[in-house]
Design a protein around this ligand. Structure first.
Ligand code: UD1
Ligand code: UDP
Length: 372
């Protein structure tokens, strides 16, 4: 059989966390020639993940600019990737999730009639403003994809309801669980954890575009009130690199000795911090998938979630971005033992850690069947 040339394209931290396990799996198959193209939508936060997994890219479009707009990201990728693909001529493009990189890369493939495989296909809120612009991106990617790697049965159902061909949908689990299998270790130690020892540590992250401005200021004020009220609580917040997040975070959360604002943690550190936290407050997508597997309660500071599996399982609670609600829900977890324990059960709606293997197998089988 002729070898299958697969180019995986990604550009932000969460895509890298979820694509690197798959790249390592693709490299094991002799039928596959695996190439990696980074858009560079993120820089330091992407390099951090690539370093941990030891994966080198074959190309990096390096498009990141401070304060980049959605138009600029999309246009930069369409231009740069177009030139790369014209030379590369892969048999299949793999893209991940719902970022501007995912959308622009899938579109670049579609324009060249290169088959597109969507990893983490079928997630939906059906609300174009939340998360913004991710709901558009993921639906648009699914519009032009040829293969759908759905993490859960619910994601598959969304795709079927939208009329996608069932023969092209594969329920694989989420590759983030593949990554999580190896990162959390018993003997892990870290200076920030020494600082938090003896306290109840809240691990905090926030970066969503639709929250930037007043909603983000509200959730920061709620977090500060919580720390000021509970002397045994410490809050650790690895800041996203976006200056529009960092400035209000420093202004509202700075100057309190039981709050630490750090640089982004690498994925091993972050997973180990999650495993040792009391609970997590976040607007992240990926963390909503990782935390249930670790049995850690999560207050999701957003109005919608495309991960209802974790809400149904009881470890995620959607709390919005109103200051009083966020404060009350955090307070409840700190004062009501029953409520806290009810959210602590480790459940894993996102697979068994073998998603990458299933995706690689599905791709090979699809190409073999196409040949026959
Ligand atoms: C992007 C994705 C979002 C994803 C998030 C993960 C889109 C529209 N958004 O949002 O879906 O949840 O990544 O983190 O695709 N920056 C740096 N260094 C970095 C990364 C970012 O300095 O390594 C700064 C830059 O000033 C950049 C800004 O952060 O302009 C925003 O980055 P951008 O990728 O546009 O948006 P995110 O909020 O990161
Ligand atoms: N993460 C990390 N370091 C941090 C914060 C998060 O490695 O300091 C990881 C986290 O474990 C998850 C991913 O980054 O795998 C989530 O990325 P992010 O929240 O930026 O994006 P989203 O998932 O919301 O798209």
């Amino acid at each position: 059989m002729k070898k299958i040339k697969i180019t995986s394209i990604f550009g932000t931290r969460p895509e890298a966390v979820k694509m690197c396990p798959l790249i390592l799996e693709l490299q094991k198959h002799e039928q596959i020639i695996s190439r990696v193209c980074l858009t560079g939508q993120h820089r330091e936060m992407l390099d951090q993940v690539m370093g941990i997994f030891g994966i080198r890219a074959d190309c990096n479009l390096d498009i990141m600019r401070e304060g980049q707009t959605l138009s600029r990201i999309t246009a930069g990728i369409l231009e740069g990737l177009g030139r790369f693909l014209d030379v590369e001529e892969p048999d299949l493009l793999l893209v991940h999730g719902d970022t501007s990189t995912s959308f622009a890369a899938a579109l670049a493939g579609f324009y060249r009639r290169i088959p597109v495989g969507h990893v983490e296909a079928g997630l939906r809120t059906y609300d174009m403003s939340s998360p913004y612009s991710e709901e558009f991106n993921r639906q648009a990617v699914d519009l032009v994809s040829d293969l759908y790697f759905a993490p859960t049965e619910l994601a598959k159902r969304h795709l079927l309801e939208e009329g996608k061909d069932p023969g092209r949908i594969f329920v694989t689990g989420n590759t983030v669980i593949d990554a999580l299998k190896d990162t959390v270790t018993e003997d892990y130690s870290n200076e920030h954890l020494d600082w938090a020892a003896g306290s109840r540590m809240i691990l905090f992250t926030a970066h969503r575009r639709e929250s930037i401005g007043e909603p983000m200021r509200r959730i920061f004020r709620a977090a500060r009130r919580i720390v000021e009220e509970f002397p045994d609580v410490k809050l650790l917040y690895p800041l996203h690199k976006n200056p529009r997040v960092r400035e209000p975070a420093r202004e509202i959360l700075g100057g309190e000795e039981r709050i630490r604002l750090t640089e982004p943690l690498d994925i091993c550190d972050f997973h180990n911090f999650m495993a040792r936290s009391y609970f997590i407050m976040t607007d992240s997508g990926g963390i909503q998938e990782e935390a249930p597997a670790l049995g850690k309660p999560v207050l999701v500071m957003r109005d919608t979630t495309e991960r209802p599996e974790g809400v149904e399982a009881g470890t995620l609670r959607l709390v919005g971005t109103q200051e009083d609600t966020v404060y009350e829900e955090a307070r409840r977890l700190l004062t009501d033992g029953g409520s806290y324990q009810a959210m602590c059960h480790a459940v894993n709606p996102y697979g068994d850690g073998h998603a990458s293997e299933r995706i690689a197998e599905a791709v090979i089988k699809w190409f073999m069947e196409r040949k026959n």
